[in-house]
Design a binder for this molecule. Sequence first.
Ligand SMILES: [Ca+2]
Length: 394
Amino acid sequence: MNRLKLTSLFLVLGLVACTQPTPDPTKVATLVSSDPVETPASQQIEEPEKPTEVVQPEPTVLPTEVPEPTETAKPFWSPVPKVIAEGLSWPWELVFLPDGGILLTERPGSLLLINGDKEQIYVGGVRHYGEGGLLGMALHPDFEENGWLYLYSTYESAGQILNRVERYVFREGQLKDRFVVVEGILGSSIHDGGRIMFGPDGKLYITTGDAGMPDISQNLESLNGKILRLNADGSVPEDNPFGNAVWSAGHRNAQGLAWDSQGRLWSTEHGPSGAETGNDEVNLIEPGKNYGWPLLRGMQTQEGYTAPVIESGRSDTWAPSGAVIVDDVLYFAGLRGAAVYRVPVDDMSMDKLEVLYKNEFGRIRNVVVSPEGQLWIMTSNGAGVDQVIALPLP
Ligand SMILES: [Ca+2]
């Protein structure tokens, strides 16, 4: 991280702290954080009525030193769980803007911009239907210059539920110049995929679900049950393995993407549900490979198919969603597992999987790392009750 970005982050967070408004009941969400670096513990602004004790900061252990902004700044962790935003409805993705602001998606169909002030921005045409709605979001690597913001959302066309990725120019809180990157991904009340991330190669990676039609994951002509890879303008990169958008196949409902220091792509994926629940997976994604759904489950192997690196087994369900890698340690969120999972990417095994914060925050949709190096989670507990929380490392 460079000095400029870190400085501007502190400036903006300082601004946030200085402009803490009196709670406005008309706002959909309330920013309750202030930057501990900028604000003495005695002035920490706290929500007077917290639903649980776990988010109460303990002033005596708040950090008092500003970390040196060096090129190799290491992550540091909030000393106690600290609520960044609350009153949210199914937040799905959160990005850090170059000006220090925070932008998050809420599944019913709006963005929340937190940048000193809070602003809700409605996204047109979103159909909030079951697991579908406004899901993933990504900034183009050159966002600072081109303002390109990518959104994955569910929509309805001629009575059919579908998913698409749109690109907007996002400036000064306005979504403009809508451009469709890819559309017509089959949707459903379940298994809508929805994670979008730019890889280190500058390409856009998209997870799609099987939309409740398992066989579709094996159809290489279908966009469903895949990890897709596209250029920023939606065109197909020349080096894609099948000459179309498909990068890897045989996925049920992957919702997490993260790259390690070697540039390898890891993905979390939901295994079967209902009576056959379990077998949630972490996969190492390579182009053209087939990850087996619905033919193979868990560690079942067969020539031509790739097994997960780890999977939860039949007796446990993670329901994994968002993922992030810090110092080659993979963190991923668990919905039904109601936990954050941690496992090193090198020599990954179930023996090395750690379960953090089990049942402390309910269902967890996503984990991201802030520019300061803090792990932030997004809960997924329902309308108006979800939070973004900065976590300490236990
Ligand atoms: Ca699999």
